[in-house]
Design a protein around this ligand. Structure first.
Ligand SMILES: Cc1cc2nc3c(=O)[nH]c(=O)nc-3n(C[C@H](O)[C@H](O)[C@H](O)COP(=O)(O)OP(=O)(O)OC[C@H]3O[C@@H](n4cnc5c(N)ncnc54)[C@H](O)[C@@H]3O)c2cc1C
Ligand SMILES: NC(=O)c1ccc[n+]([C@@H]2O[C@H](COP(=O)([O-])OP(=O)(O)OC[C@H]3O[C@@H](n4cnc5c(N)ncnc54)[C@H](O)[C@@H]3O)[C@@H](O)[C@H]2O)c1
Length: 488
């Protein structure tokens, strides 16, 4: 499968600007930044990124900094709510101090990463510009450079969706700016009921802001109904959640001392100091002009790829064009983007470096995809709900274990949180798992593992030790409950 490498000095002159040739052009330095690997060291690689920060969303405005803020926010919230444990006292989180600590760390990692990419490896060039497609293998940068790759990797991610009634500006922000605020306003209104909205509502509440969450439909609408109901009850006791509220009109004075006025479809009128719009993320295929290259895409702009992460055109996989991450996956999650980057890097090696023709491309076969919502309460989930499994014609059963029914739950004095498992009654296979409560993301992992390795529930609980009285006994009991149902 190996092809001839691009020469270091080769330039192909066409009408207009000379075309710079590369073996691989990677668009997007988020997950794309991990594509250059020792196995690809013989290839001439360009990494192209026009981002405000180097390193993509997760590092600079997503997964990592949000959790670095959520941890102190939770410490405060837990202490506020600890009277039932006999713990009283006050605590507060200092926004400016946390912000300085978080970005003192993040920004220096981002800057060091950029410097390394710009000058750290002889085979890698960094192009800090926006690019657009000219054809399936050629890109033009904002300043007019033409770049051609023998192979292309599209990892251009997604961006926050803007609402017509609430265009972004100094007082209507997206998650890109939500952690970089100089000071936290007294009142914040968050638009959306998804993961970003729910995590930021919890975060700002922990820091002491008065939060209102306006949700057009229902909060976390793709999740299990019991999980959602518990979340709304628990979160609603902390901040103001209004489901079925759509903003139909907004007055946003330039003067920050005058309140923003939001009018909802319900007739509710709200005054607030700042609005965070968290209404989903749009794949960046339009910024790249991928339609010029004729790539297949969904109506929402998501590129269509095959199991080897190759982009399709008219239903056929293009041999040397790969896509990964938010631009190509309905699961806009970093662990998914990271795995796809590993698949792409290996397939680039097999396509451009391997000397044997026997090396088939690797496929992306990982499942299920877990999701964790790091709000308070925390949620973690994968796979089908009971309704979805039964709708798919499976003889499915659901079991539940309350935190409060275990020794760890006694330590927490827990009365609200639980784990649910959806199982194929005949085979014992795990079809879905849904947890709400402290450390839900950690508790989910043994179930992800069992499902990923096709381990039936029979034997899982009693075939191993579970440290007593750790929170994992919630999962041990859940599996015992499932085994009972499967034996019935
Ligand atoms: C607030 C928030 C919290 C999140 N928390 C989590 C979490 O806890 N766990 C989790 O799994 N996921 C989380 N995510 C999702 C996760 O951040 C994304 O799934 C992941 O970062 C996507 O990676 P990517 O490589 O596809 O894109 P990105 O990291 O966004 O990288 C794409 C890059 O391409 C560049 N680019 C785009 N268009 C062009 C162009 N035309 N020319 C040049 N460059 C271009 C962009 O500037 C950007 O740097 C969160 C997201 C947000 C917004
Ligand atoms: N912990 C995590 O893993 C984590 C954290 C944050 C974000 N993410 C990822 O980032 C992605 C984006 O998150 P998100 O919360 O922005 O999107 P989302 O798709 O989860 O939620 C979007 C929300 O906006 C609402 N909405 C859509 N259009 C609207 C409109 N016109 N007016 C009002 N509301 C509208 C939807 O009803 C929904 O509640 C998610 O897919 C998620 O996977 C993951």
């Amino acid at each position: 499968m190996s092809e001839t490498a691009a020469s270091e000095t080769e330039l192909s002159f066409e009408a207009g600007a000379p075309t710079e040739l590369f073996d691989v052009i990677v668009i997007g330095a988020g997950s794309g930044n991990s594509i250059p690997s020792p196995e690809l060291a013989g290839l001439k690689i360009a990494i192209v990124d026009d981002g405000r920060w180097f390193g993509g969303t997760c590092l600079n405005a997503g997964c990592i900094p949000t959790k670095m803020f959520i941890h102190p926010a939770r410490l405060v919230s837990h202490l506020r709510d600890a009277a039932h444990l006999g713990v009283t006292g006050t605590a507060s989180a200092d926004w400016a101090a946390v912000r300085a600590r978080v970005f003192g760390r993040i920004d220096s990692i981002s800057q060091a990463g950029e410097q390394y990419r710009a000058s750290g490896e002889p085979n890698v060039s960094l192009v800090r510009e926006r690019v657009r497609f000219v054809d399936e293998s050629t890109l033009v940068t904002a300043s007019g450079r033409r770049l051609r790759g023998r192979a292309l990797v599209i990892g251009a991610g997604s961006r926050p969706r803007e609402l017509r009634v609430l265009p972004f500006g100094p007082r209507v922000i997206s998650s890109d700016d939500a952690l970089r605020l100089e000071t936290l306003p007294e009142r914040i209104t968050i638009i959306g009921g998804g993961v970003v909205a729910s995590e930021f509502a919890s975060l700002y509440h922990g820091f002491g802001a008065k939060v209102t969450q306006l949700v057009r439909s229902t909060v976390l609408s793709s999740l299990d109904a019991d999980i959602r109901a518990t979340f709304v009850a628990q979160a609603g006791a902390q901040w103001d959640i209004r489901e079925h509220h759509d903003v139909v009109d907004a007055t946003i004075p330039d003067d920050a001392t005058s309140p923003i006025r939001l009018v909802c479809n319900t007739g509710d009128v709200l005054e607030t100091d700042l609005v965070l719009v968290a209404s989903g993320r749009v794949p960046n295929s339009d910024r790249l002009g991928t339609e010029v290259a004729g790539f297949d895409q969904e109506l929402n702009g998501r590129l269509v790829v095959d199991a080897h992460q190759r982009v399709l055109r008219a239903g056929q996989a293009l041999p040397n064009v790969f896509a990964m991450g938010d631009i190509a996956n309905p699961h806009q999650l970093k662990h998914v983007a990271n795995h796809e980057a590993r698949v792409v890097a290996e397939n680039l090696r097999r396509t451009l470096v391997a000397t044997s023709d026997n090396e088939e491309l690797v496929s992306n076969t990982l499942s299920p995809v877990p999701l964790a919502v790091f709000s308070t309460p925390e949620i973690a989930s994968f796979g089908a709900t009971l309704t979805e499994a039964r709708d798919a014609g499976i003889d499915a059963v659901e079991v539940r274990q309350d935190y409060g029914g275990t020794a760890w739950g006694w330590a927490l004095e827990d009365q609200h949180h639980f784990a649910k498992l959806v199982v194929d009654r005949v085979q014992g296979q795990i079809l879905g798992a849904h947890i709400i409560g402290p450390d839900a993301a950690i508790l989910l992992q043994p179930l992800v593992q069992a499902a990923a390795f096709n381990m039936p529930v029979q034997g899982l609980a009693r075939g191993q030790y579970w440290p007593h009285p750790a929170a994992t006994e919630i999962i041990e009991n859940l599996l015992l409950n499932a085994k009972e149902e499967c034996n019935a």
